[in-house]
Design a protein around this ligand. Structure first.
Ligand code: C2E
Ligand code: MG
Ligand code: MG
Ligand code: MG
Length: 287
């Protein structure tokens, strides 16, 4: 019995392995043609709020939806685009789409205190020649100031070989861009860069926010990160807030800004503009 079930198990694994290889090829081919034609991608924007629950910015997140595959998560397709060597092309499309969205509506439609749209950059894009100048050029042709754009990257960019991250960030910040360090605490780099690099904001990863307000180790990690951001005079943004209790804990522990489904899901630009003008109803006052 053990033997035959072992055989079945093996068969099951090889079948599912074959299936996932086939799926990967199907997805890669679809990605290739979507990237070539520049179709099937769009952006959504998730607001970030201050203590008064006024929106101070929004993060641009790319979506990919095809007729045959439906919606595929960026957590799935971005690593594929990277491994296919096509991240520069996707980055270009993302920038074009964000610029088009921002251009379609005047800044007057943004509420007072709304400071920036954040754009995620993959490490694969950071190797591009003249990246900073190119982005600046596209923005200025559209009449958008670099001060309106915050760039998000992860700690892994700081460990990347053959990349002078310090020089790159210096170039970007001289042009007026600011930076957020995404998924803080999930990488493996040393923290010394925090004092050497022109970073404005640390984003506390959802992984740690999930355990608030009860999980002891998550609380300690969040407290330590918020202590660090206060001492280094960096802005702190918590990601992935899904409950009122998480929001209360973060506010009471000095987190500056809040992002998560509890406050707003990511929306198309026009819906996001509408959403951030509506008041947020809480079960009890935030105090
Ligand atoms: P990220 O930059 O850390 O983005 C935050 C992710 O958390 C987004 O997932 C967002 O939808 C999700 N999120 C926010 N609040 C909540 C919440 O309360 N609950 C839950 N369950 N999730 C929440 P998304 O859009 O699926 O993106 C996943 C990752 O893909 C992003 O992580 C980012 O690394 C990458 N990504 C997305 N768009 C782009 C892009 O335009 N360019 C690049 N290079 N990477 C992107
Ligand atoms: Mg991000
Ligand atoms: Mg993140
Ligand atoms: Mg993430």
């Amino acid at each position: 019995l053990a033997k035959s079930s072992g055989k079945n198990t093996f068969q099951f694994f090889s079948e599912s392995l074959q299936k996932s290889l086939n799926e990967r090829i199907v997805i890669e081919n679809a990605l290739k043609s979507s990237l070539q034609e520049g179709t099937d991608f769009f952006m959504v924007y998730q607001p970030q709020y201050n203590h008064d629950l006024k929106a101070i910015g929004a993060e641009a997140l790319v979506r990919w939806q095809t007729e045959s595959l439906g919606m595929v998560s960026p957590a799935v397709f971005i690593p594929l685009v990277e491994s296919m060597g096509l991240m520069d092309r996707l980055g270009e499309l993302v920038l074009q789409m964000v610029i088009a969205d921002m251009q379609r509506y005047s800044n007057a439609e943004l509420p007072e205190g709304f400071m920036h749209i954040s754009i995620n950059l993959s490490i694969k894009q950071l190797h591009q020649k003249n990246l900073a100048q190119n982005i600046k050029q596209h923005l200025s042709e559209a009449g958008i100031s670099p001060e309106m754009i915050r760039l998000e990257f992860t700690e892994s960019a700081l460990l990347e070989k053959n990349l002078d991250t310090e020089a790159l960030l210096a170039e970007f910040s001289e042009l007026g861009f600011s930076f957020a360090l995404d998924d803080f605490g999930t990488g493996f780099s040393s923290m010394s860069y925090l004092k050497d690099l022109p970073i404005s904001e640390l984003k506390i990863d959802k992984m740690f926010v999930d355990g608030l307000p009860n999980e002891e180790s998550d609380k300690i990690i969040c407290e330590a990160t918020l202590f660090l951001t206060q001492k280094l005079q960096l802005e702190s943004v918590a990601e992935g807030i899904e409950t009122f209790d998480q929001l209360v804990w973060l506010k009471n522990n000095g987190c500056d800004y809040f992002q998560g489904f509890y406050l707003s899901k990511p929306h198309r630009y026009a819906q996001m503009l509408k959403k951030i003008k509506e008041p947020i109803l809480l079960p009890a006052p935030l105090q």
